[in-house]
Design a protein around this ligand. Structure first.
Ligand code: ADP
Length: 653
């Protein structure tokens, strides 16, 4: 057989370098990772044979085996699961598909100087490669179930690996580590010691549902004359007890956390663990976790949702999306139902009445758990919101039944506090006398929103505004009419009326007067800008800026329009309203110029209108249709002002 030498993909090589040279203190976890992969491979094989009985795989005694050789200093973890084809080995072991790795490596480079690489490994997790923390060389021999030939892969983790096809290989995968010398000072224990292995398996992998067996130690000295005939029975190291089926006081947090790490491939402890037990006609148990950080692909299409579905302790589906709505896709865990068919399909599950009942109950349980965190563990709630708030907000659009429950756990940045987001409940408690609505403004960044002209009157009156910067905010605010009986109102939409009842009358009279003064200008400008805006009117929301653009109360915003377009939908351009600030010298000047029109050329007035409209666009982060023309108009005005300023002294002299 020809042996080929391949190079690791760049990211994989960098990652390996880091693993090899790391001083990660919990090196024991390499065994957890290898066992976790072996257990997954056994699950996969069993699921595949359920679907396809022509696979020709041997499923008679599925298990994980551990063999240690003290003298040769090797440790082997073996499974008779699904195995890998040649191409899969190249793909899965030689490259890193995980796009979060780039982020990880970047963080690593930055932290190299500070010595923080250790905690990084824990945060990101390194799976199979963790073997190189304890081994100088790793050999993987694998044969995919149903295929004839096997593949051997060998590497010392330094840039390249060797790979060859082999004729003889048992079904499944064995990973053999040539261990580094035992060195207790650097926490490199003797991983060939039966006691050590037993301890690690008990601590990290006890709940694994497949037997983890350890053969008696093979040392050359022990193999007596008739050694081959009297091989002692291998010992099963794990209890295989399903944690969710054990009573609550029997299971400690660490055990839950290890199960979490196995099913989620996360190396960090979860933020919260909770259980649900349903008795009666449709019995099931759920053990669920909220992770402490979002997976890098949470917002990518095809994200794998982590609820595993078991039927009486047997895994039947790895990522059962029917059990929780998409906006809760970050929740991990296990649901064990008692009365489902073992080979139930995804399509059937989606429609199954009992599954739908479970989904409703699980959803409520997750939301109640989040509410508890919010009330009792503000710091953990803050982490949850930071990591998963964006996903949760999707539920405001899709889960009508639980909308109020979701709204009550949402928090938003607000003008009230620069750093701390606020709950709607807190906002309502702070509402001023006479304030009827919950005000918000959407936009790209906090800074852009805060400085938006739409905010001026609200700032002047000290009225709190929610600052919504997630793309999903644009959408849900249109779908959610109110919270606690208070309407949600955009400060960039419709008319604003921030006056109190007392000064209402005075304002009304003043407004009418202004309205008369400006009536002609407004009509004329509406006509001039008719292509772009539906109306030009006087504003009550501006105190500093000359003009701004607002949407009509029920119209969609330009940002939402753009989002729909980006999704390929055909949306008509919705004209907005140009509001003018009569208190600004530019606007009062324009009114004067228009009334005394004879002093100005018509094009001059037209240009001024164009400038006002362009300024309103710029103020909200938009762009005039023809930026270079706009620039010329501005440059021309500035130049004229300069000339005026320059001329004045000379004419006066
Ligand atoms: P992860 O397990 O988090 O995906 P790993 O680096 O540990 O990352 O493994 C990469 C992939 O290699 C696994 O997803 C799996 O497809 C494959 N793999 C690893 N170990 C085994 C095994 N024992 N049997 C079959 N496939 C395996």
């Amino acid at each position: 057989m020809t042996t080929e030498t391949h190079e690791f993909q760049v990211e994989a090589r960098q990652l390996l370098q880091m693993v090899i040279h790391s001083v990660y203190s919990s090196k024991d976890v390499f065994l957890r990772e290898l066992i976790s992969n072996a257990s997954d491979a056994l699950d996969k094989l069993r699921l595949e044979t359920l679907r396809d009985d022509t696979l020709g795989a041997d499923v008679s005694d599925l298990h994980i085996g551990i063999e240690a050789d003290t003298e040769a200093r090797t440790l082997t973890v073996r499974d008779n699961g699904i195995g890998m084809s040649y191409d899969e080995v190249v793909q899965l072991i030689g490259t890193i598909a995980n796009s979060g790795t780039a982020k990880f490596l970047q963080a690593w480079k930055e932290s190299e100087d500070t010595g923080a690489t250790d905690s990084l490994i824990g945060q990101f997790g390194i799976g199979f490669y963790s073997a190189f923390m304890v081994a100088d060389k790793v050999t993987l021999l694998t044969r995919r179930a149903g295929e004839c030939q096997g593949t051997r892969w060998t590497s010392n983790g330094e840039g390249t690996y060797m790979i060859e096809t082999v004729d003889e290989a048992p079904q499944g995968t064995s990973v053999t580590l040539l261990l580094k010398p035992a060195d207790t000072e650097n926490q490199l224990h003797d991983y060939t010691s039966a006691g050590k292995i037993q301890e690690i398996v008990k601590r990290y992998s006890d709940f694994i549902t497949w037997p983890i067996r350890m053969a008696a130690q093979t040392t050359t000295a022990e193999s007596g004359e008739d050694g081959a005939d009297t091989l002692p029975e291998p010992e099963t190291l794990n209890s295989m007890k399903a944690l969710w089926a054990r009573s609550r006081d029997e299971v400690c947090d660490d055990e839950y956390h290890e199960l979490y790490k196995h099913i989620s491939h996360d190396w960090m402890d979860p933020l919260e663990t909770f259980r649900l037990q349903a008795e009666g006609t449709f019995e099931y148990q759920a053990l669920l976790f909220i992770p402490s950080h979002a997976q890098h692909d949470l917002f990518m299409q095809g994200y794998n949702r982590g609820i595993q579905l078991y039927v009486k302790r047997v895994l039947i589906m790895e990522d059962c999306e029917a059990l929780l709505p998409p906006y809760l896709r970050f929740v991990k865990g296990v649901v064990d139902a008692h009365d489902l068919s073992l080979n139930v399909s995804r399509e059937i599950l989606q429609q199954d009445r009992q599954i739908q009942m479970m989904r409703r109950r699980l959803t409520k349980k997750v939301l109640a758990t989040i509410r508890d965190l919010m009330s009792n563990a503000p710091e953990r709630y803050a982490t949850l919101w930071r990591e998963f708030g964006r996903a949760l907000k999707e539920g405001l659009l899709s889960d009508f039944d639980n909308r109020d429950a979701i709204l009550s756990v949402c928090s938003f940045p607000s003008t009230h506090d620069k750093n701390e987001p606020t709950l709607l409940k807190q906002y309502v408690e702070r509402m001023k006398d006479g304030q009827e609505h919950i005000y918000y403004l959407t936009g790209e960044s906090r800074q852009a929103i805060e400085n938006s002209p739409h905010m001026e009157a609200f700032q002047a009156k000290g009225m709190e505004v929610l600052l919504l910067t997630d793309p999903v905010d644009e959408v849900w605010v249109d779908a959610v009419p109110a919270f606690d009986g208070k309407q949600l109102r955009s400060v960039a939409k419709g008319d604003v009326d921030l006056g109190t009842a007392e000064d209402e009358k005075a304002t009304e009279t003043a407004r009418e007067k202004l309205q008369q003064e400006y009536a002609e200008l407004l009509t004329w400008m509406t006509d001039r800008l008719g292509q772009d805006v539906k109306e030009v009117r006087l504003s009550s929301r501006l105190t500093v800026s000359p003009a701004c653009l607002v949407s009509d109360t029920h119209d969609i915003t330009p940002a939402l329009e753009n989002m729909y377009r980006a999704m390929g939908q055909d949306v008509a351009y919705t004209k907005r309203i140009l509001e003018l600030n009569p208190g600004h010298a530019l606007i009062s000047g324009l009114n004067k110029a228009h009334t005394e029109g004879q002093n100005y050329a018509e094009t001059d007035l037209d240009e001024m209108v164009e400038l006002v409209y362009g300024l309103a666009l710029l103020a909200e982060g938009g762009m005039p249709d023809d930026p270079s023309r706009f620039m010329r108009l501005v440059a021309d005005r500035v130049e004229r002002t300069l000339r005026g300023a320059h001329n004045r002294p000379t004419t006066e002299v």
